[in-house]
Design a protein around this ligand. Sequence first.
Ligand code: GTP
Ligand code: MG
Ligand code: ZN
Ligand code: ZN
Length: 278
Amino acid sequence: MCIDCGCGTDPNHSHHHNHEHEHGHDHEHDEKNSRTIRIEEDLLAKNNRLANNNRTRFSAGQLLVLNLVSSPGSGKTSILERTLTDLKKQIDFAVLEGDQQTTNDADRIAATGVAVKQINTGAGCHLDAHMIGHGVEGFDLAATDILMIENVGNLVCPASFDLGEDHKVVVLSVTEGEDKPLKYPQMFQAADLMLINKIDLLPYLRFDLEQCKTFARQVNPEIEIMELSCHSGEGMTAWYDWLAAGVARKAARSAIKTFPRHPPLATRHAPRERTTKE
Ligand SMILES: Nc1nc2c(ncn2[C@@H]2O[C@H](COP(=O)(O)OP(=O)(O)OP(=O)(O)O)[C@@H](O)[C@H]2O)c(=O)[nH]1
Ligand SMILES: [Mg+2]
Ligand SMILES: [Zn+2]
Ligand SMILES: [Zn+2]
């Protein structure tokens, strides 16, 4: 039994956690609605618990975990292919690929020589923390600097599911229209970084780059934004620098953990010897 989720430890097991049950009986709408809300809350609460377990496991090493989210076809796999090819000599990567069907993306990543596992969600439209917990079984996380998770192409519900990642990175390609941050605000609020991809196509499109950035900052004033094209290579250096800085921050944090600058609390606050007055 898997202690966290109660399922078998076989990573190939398949089960659905977010299926809905037909009740086969009538009941008031309010009752049905409140039950639906309760089920959703339970589902998210369970996901958050498993995400925290993932995070604890990831932070035991120096692992930087990124969750790549976007609508279908924005270029997540293409960005990964180029990034892994360019950086794999300096940074150790592992990749989890989420898709409803096919191993196409995992096959593309495998061709770069980086460790990869495909998670097929079937009818599911997002990855959840439980899938990630099992997905990383078999990866040598202690020897990995960055775990890249490519989520299912969907700008809606992956925003609500914490996987235990350090950052959600939202990819928006210029063919999608500059208004997407306003139409799908939750995703852009949840992300720390937005990659605007396919800028090589800008001369052929009516896409207002500045307007797109304004919209993104309107829903998330803190969001970092980079423009790039993984086909032409333009803008990729800034993304690579961001990744390298993330890895360096992780390494520094773990060095502080290993060599504390201050004596441990127990030593600093050791009880003083009592002098008893007779
Ligand atoms: N012109 C141009 N095309 C790109 C760029 N990046 C990706 N593409 C193309 O966009 C299409 C989709 O790219 P993918 O990398 O498969 O996109 P994805 O986000 O992984 O797609 P899903 O996994 O299906 O959601 C492919 O035909 C790519 O060649 C780019 O920078 N410029
Ligand atoms: Mg893909
Ligand atoms: Zn399980
Ligand atoms: Zn979903």
